[in-house]
Design a protein around this ligand. Structure first.
Ligand SMILES: [Cu+2]
Length: 122
């Protein structure tokens, strides 16, 4: 009995693990400033809220104005006690204009995801 039960249990465990992994990626849930939103100046930091914990040491963010100026950013950090939140400190406050943020993050399960969004400062 045990001889047949053991492989069965292992197979069930393996398939449930695979199913969990397939859905466990760090996707951007929302951001502040919000995706596509308009906010009032000045903007000194951007917060990215992911669906899974993010390893900031293996993640990158690029911020640029619509005119093409690269906005310097500080080292990415997680919010205190919240690994799903990434704080992007900006080298200078963002004045009125349009900006895009491109991100590439590595989640705690080592999967890499990326995306881009735009927001406006009025
Ligand atoms: Cu994943």
């Amino acid at each position: 009995m045990q001889r047949f039960l053991k492989p069965f249990i292992i197979a069930v465990l393996a398939s449930s693990l695979a199913a969990t992994t397939a859905f466990a990626h760090a996707f951007l849930d929302h951001a502040v400033p919000g995706v596509g939103m308009t906010v009032s100046a000045p903007v000194r930091e951007i917060r990215l809220y992911y669906t899974q914990g993010v390893i900031t040491a293996f993640s990158h963010v690029h911020v640029a104005s619509d005119a093409g100026a690269v906005i310097p950013t500080g080292k990415l950090v997680n919010a205190p006690s919240d690994q799903q939140t990434v704080i992007v400190r900006l080298g200078r406050a963002l004045g009125p204009g349009g900006y895009s943020l491109s991100w590439q993050v590595t989640s705690v399960d080592t999967h890499v995801t990326q995306g881009t969004f735009h927001f406006t400062v009025s």
